[in-house]
Design a protein around this ligand. Sequence first.
Ligand code: AMP
Ligand code: ZN
Length: 465
Amino acid sequence: MALRLFNTLTRTEEEFRPIEDNHVRMYTCGPTVYDFAHIGNFRAYTFEDVLRRYLKYKGYRVTQVMNLTDIDDKTIRGCQAEKIPLDQYTARYKKAFFEDIDSLRIERAEIYPEATKHIGEMVAIIAKLRAKGIAYEMNGSIYFKISSFPEYGKLSHMDISQLKAGARVASDEYEKEQVSDFALWKAWDESDGPVFWETEIGKGRPGWHIECSAMSTKYLGNHFDIHCGGIDNMFPHHENEIAQTEAATGEKFVNYWLHNDHLVVEGRKMAKSFGNFFTLRQILKRGYPAVAVRYLLMSTHYRQQLNFTFDGLEAAKAAIERLHDFVGNLGAVSGGKLNPVVDELINRVLADFETALDSDLNMSAALGAVFDFVRDINRLIHDKHMSEVDAKKVISTMARFDTVLAVLQREDAALDAEIEEMIDRRNQARKNKNFAESDRVRDELLAKGIVLEDTPLGTKWKRKL
Ligand code: AMP
Ligand code: ZN
């Protein structure tokens, strides 16, 4: 079946067809590295990870670009408050960002361009827009004239007929009511301190929106498949990206615009500025595994609001434990007669999982199908209607789902230490010729999904998934 995705540009669900056969080029707006990201931000990155993984599951090659915004009003304010150079300040949060996405099992994008390393590309687009008469200078700053781009508003579907001609906004973030010409380039002033670039368009720094136009087209071409971000990025950020890029290139910029809804707390968007946020680190400190956060963030359909609660996080943790126990039970099945019902259940769950994700990544339905499968197979195991060969097939089906879900692998170092300790105990028992004990420990490990292999170099272990 074909993958269908809801395109914000057309406000309809459309069949996804990449421009290049079998190759998907996608751009995902990345973090502003001025602080630790909060778990609302990670809802966006987790959704993008599920999209990326499912495209790969369907056999596409994916080239994903995610920018790092390491120059903007907030990063400048941050480095000045600490009296350290901008790059030293942002390096800390870049490092933290990669640690966090690794612990959430978010696959790495192919390219992470940094805004400060692409000033030349941004200047080139701005110079082109000026040459075309679409951008103009005012007190050393350069603005995009939105009246020169008649399609302005096509993404956020707003009526710009009421627009006040000549109104300008310099800040990067503003509301729909303030729709007006926006800054491509900001002239240096004293509050920027040592942060500026001397360029052919003057001394200053880029606006936020132009960063994404420059870095997406550099690595993905003028026209590519998918652009993602949180719904708050639709206006003004993505609307402005479309205007400046299409005005400069004369080509269509992006085919599919995908926006995730917010992680909210008591009905309000989780945001630094509202003070109602948790960083991933804060959650981990409370003893929750990162994979429970991943599960929580991805288990609600990405276009629905998700209300964050610790009860929800507990439920996510319990769901993962159920999956881990399931795989453990399967690993303990031995011998037995083949049961054709298992193949039927596998075919059904594969079809249901894929139908759900093909329908605009309906993850809650996909997980529903997986848990129905878990219940049915567990019943067969309990009734001893399950053979070892069937169990292996179920395990490989679960491993296939896990290329998208990425929750089955057990994580923590504490667990590794526990396994090592059990292996030592088993080896000691073997040395003492206490085979009952050594077999018992081996079975206990098997139930945890750990397989042992005795080699001339000692006992090795691996996880079944
Ligand atoms: P920022 O660093 O603010 O540019 O945000 C990075 C990404 O996180 C963007 O795609 C935002 O739209 C997204 N985002 C920010 N807050 C939330 C939230 N509460 N829920 C979901 N996504 C969010
Ligand atoms: Zn962006």
